[in-house]
Design a protein around this ligand. Structure first.
Ligand code: PMP
Length: 355
């Protein structure tokens, strides 16, 4: 780091995104993208004419896209804010709802960005361990004693909490904001969006990166009661009022209309997930039950990092986390059937060689 970097960041560690090789020679199962293209309606919306209007700023109030999204949930737009990916929305939540007296509270094994945001925004954090089966124990968050960030399903484990368990947490934390990060909920968890009318402390964060096949467009959003959304807008307008670009706003509005297409894609991913989990279990892997578009699996024939490296050598990229409690595991994004077949063929070769 340079001698000029603020001392505030002395102990900061930036988030490390999954590898994004540009040569496209890998089977990429490492960043939980969808293997399928965006819906046809999205491609139609991104016309040459629209690109020709990129000399103009986008609507800072994101009105058309927000109205379309809000209507899809039966909500009014003042309960909704859009962000440049849900990472940005989560950043606004850390800025708005945490301070020296209000720590960020999150699980020891969860989305790595929570820890990074806590540090970069200089707010204290309280880390709550998962149970010995790597599940969130709701009782450990009742009360949480700060602003709670819960990924449901959790990442990178893929395990989900029931709606009732989250409702208990909401009820037990009336004086604190509870942020439920539903990045992967469309693949098998129950969304708590229906609870926002009843719990004024609830913020639900979702993304179009996974189940809407739009990771490259960077579209995330939060829903919650209008006062909390107004707080988040204060952050947005103090940071980057034009946070969602013109083309992404068009993509977002179009993606909302094409629900049938996405249901088909999500259905395919769930079916492939079940088949892959079975194949890995048959090969002796421990596979955690997944409600997400990835599997968290532990080979029994070598360590997690060695397996990740051996797969990479064979052109298959998965994600390994060098972290206590989970370093024997890898996270495998569910791709197409062909991609998963390639993963299994590579795995069989690795198993033969290591036998
Ligand atoms: N939450 C979780 C749990 C995630 O895994 C991710 C993806 N890395 C995000 C949020 C952020 O996704 P995006 O910024 O693409 O919306």
């Amino acid at each position: 780091m340079s001698k000029y970097l603020s001392r505030r960041f002395d102990d900061m560690r930036a988030y490390t995104p999954g590898e994004q090789p540009q040569d496209r020679s890998y089977i990429k199962l490492n960043t939980n993208e969808s293997p399928f293209p965006p819906a046809p309606g999205v491609l139609d919306a991104l016309s040459r004419d629209e690109a020709g209007r990129l000399n103009l700023y986008p609507d800072p109030d994101t009105r058309v896209a927000s109205a379309a999204l809000a209507a899809s949930f039966g909500l009014t737009p003042e309960r909704m804010i859009l962000g440049n990916g849900s990472d940005e929305i989560l950043a606004f939540c850390f800025l708005a709802f945490c301070d020296p007296e209000t720590p960020a509270v999150f699980a020891d094994i969860t989305y790595g960005f929570y820890e990074v945001f806590a540090r970069v925004f200089c707010v204290p954090s309280r880390v709550v361990p998962l149970d010995d089966q790597l599940r969130i124990d709701p009782k450990r968050f009742c009360p949480a004693g700060g602003t709670l960030f819960l990924a449901n399903p959790n990442a990178p484990t893929g395990q989900a909490l029931e709606l009732g368990a989250i409702e208990d947490i909401l009820r037990e934390n009336p004086r604190h904001v509870v942020v439920i990060d539903e990045a992967y909920a469309a693949f098998g968890a129950q969304s708590v969006i229906p609870l926002i009318a009843r719990y004024e402390n609830l913020v639900v964060v979702q993304t179009m990166s996974k189940s809407r096949n739009l990771a490259g467009a960077r579209i995330g959003y939060a829903v919650g009661n209008p006062a909390l959304i107004s707080d988040l807008n204060q952050m947005k307008f103090s940071f980057n009022p034009y946070n969602v670009n013109r083309l992404s706003l068009l993509a977002a509005a179009a993606a909302v209309r094409d629900t049938g297409y996405y249901e088909t894609c999500v259905g395919a991913i769930k079916a492939t997930r079940a088949a892959t989990a079975g194949e890995l279990a048959r090969r002796g892997f421990t596979v955690l039950p997944s409600a997400a578009n990835f599997l968290f699996a532990r080979p029994n024939f070598m360590g997690g990092e060695a397996y990740y490296l051996a797969l990479k050598e064979r052109g298959v990229l998965v994600r390994h986390f060098r972290r206590a409690r989970i370093d024997a595991y890898v996270r495998i994004t569910i791709g197409t059937e062909d991609q998963m077949r390639a993963l299994l063929i590579a795995t069989d070769a690795i198993m033969r060689e290591s036998a």
